[in-house]
Design a protein around this ligand. Structure first.
Ligand SMILES: NC(=O)c1ccc[n+]([C@@H]2O[C@H](COP(=O)([O-])OP(=O)(O)OC[C@H]3O[C@@H](n4cnc5c(N)ncnc54)[C@H](OP(=O)(O)O)[C@@H]3O)[C@@H](O)[C@H]2O)c1
Length: 332
């Protein structure tokens, strides 16, 4: 009898990668959770044999049905969507909290919902893999206060460990690195052509800091999750294909394209000129400071690297190939 892997976020970058890999692995069947299984863009999943079910991370009873009979669960929450939802700004207006604080609270609640419900399905569950990020406030000893897209995930991860030892004994964690596609996230992060034909890259990192873990989530996430399901529980894995300085990435990008390019750390002035609200600019800038000063994983000595936990690193996307194959036509 095949084992059941339940995937949260199956229509997204991380969960989609997990689904594509496990579809090829013998002995597994897949149940994917989406808010809307009837969306035309989800038809390919059903055609590929995925059992696609309706579920909402805000609705525990929907998770309860979706987790029924799971041998393994992959869990991810999506922080950035909340900053596009009017409800976040309404809540911020009512409560006097900043929009990113409201977003973090919402992400923490969704993470706790997943954990509370998974803890009810311990029997039969061999592994929960949680996509998380490190605790910036803790590892920076309070120096970093606004890296909230990291800290919300760290908060619910801590909640799992503190509240459910039985579930924690069956859980491993992956801290996905810096997406190679992040330049598309905001026009500010795309390479910007200068009058002399050269390019400037504004990035969430400071010059000559700690190396950045670069990752291609649509390809790589599945390999990390496969390794974490096969290895004993209790691992925290930093998920990346290559550790490199932001400067090295930009130099490689310039070499591949045969142009000159320069890396610059994002400053408050640049963010303001680009029209970012102050609270969001602060989150980006503190995030860059955190990863450059303390490291993506905060320097947590327990964090493992892909080669240490049995990931077939030859399958991970090479940064140079990603640069070569991505569509940069909007930039040139
Ligand atoms: N950018 C980076 O460098 C980086 C690095 C590490 C970690 N991350 C984190 O990665 C996370 C996003 O993961 P991703 O890139 O895989 O996301 P994505 O491609 O944007 O997809 C989001 C997924 O979440 C699902 N989802 C969202 N809200 C849901 C809800 N209420 N109930 C059920 N499903 C829900 C969506 O499903 P439906 O829409 O189909 O319901 C979709 O499958 C973010 O939290 C971000 O902080 C980003």
């Amino acid at each position: 009898m095949s084992k059941l892997l339940v995937i949260i976020g199956i229509t997204g970058l991380q969960g989609g990668s997990v689904a594509r890999l496990f579809q090829q692995l013998p002995g597994w069947r897949i149940r994917g959770i989406t808010r809307d299984p009837s969306k035309p863009s989800n038809a390919h999943l059903i055609e590929a044999g995925v059992e696609l079910v309706a579920g909402d991370l805000d609705d525990r009873s929907s998770l309860d049905s979706a987790f029924e009979g799971a041998n393994a669960i992959f869990a991810v929450t999506d922080y950035w969507q909340f900053l596009q939802q009017p409800a976040t700004f309404e809540e911020a207006g009512k409560t006097g909290r900043l929009p990113n604080q409201v977003a973090m609270d919402h992400e923490v609640q969704q993470g706790r919902n997943i954990i509370d419900v998974a803890a009810k399905h311990l029997e039969g569950l061999d592994r929960l893999v949680v996509s998380t990020l490190s605790d910036s406030q803790k590892w920076s000893k309070g120096d970093i206060k606004w890296n909230l897209h990291f800290d919300g995930k760290a908060k619910y991860t801590e909640y799992l460990k503190a509240t459910y030892p039985g579930l924690a004994a069956k859980t491993s964690y992956v801290q996905l690195g810096n997406y190679l596609s992040n330049w598309r996230m905001n026009p500010l992060f795309a390479p910007q052509k200068q009058a002399d034909g050269s390019f400037i890259f504004y990035a969430l990192a400071e010059s000559n800091g700690k190396a950045i873990p670069y990752v291609d989530p649509p390809n790589d996430t599945g390999y990390f999750v496969e390794a974490l399901i096969e290895a004993p529980a209790g691992i925290t894995l930093l998920g990346y294909g290559k550790l490199m300085q932001a400067e090295e990435y930009v130099a490689l990008w310039a070499k591949v394209h045969g142009v000159r390019a320069q890396f610059e750390a994002l400053t408050a002035e640049v963010a303001k000129a680009a029209g970012l609200p102050e609270w969001l600019a602060l989150e980006f800038i503190e995030s860059g400071k955190y990863v450059s000063t303390y490291g993506w994983d905060g320097g947590d000595p327990d964090v493992k690297h892909p080669k240490d936990v049995g990931v077939d690193v030859s399958k991970l996307t090479k940064v140079e190939d990603h640069i070569r194959n991505d569509d940069w036509s909007s930039v040139f």
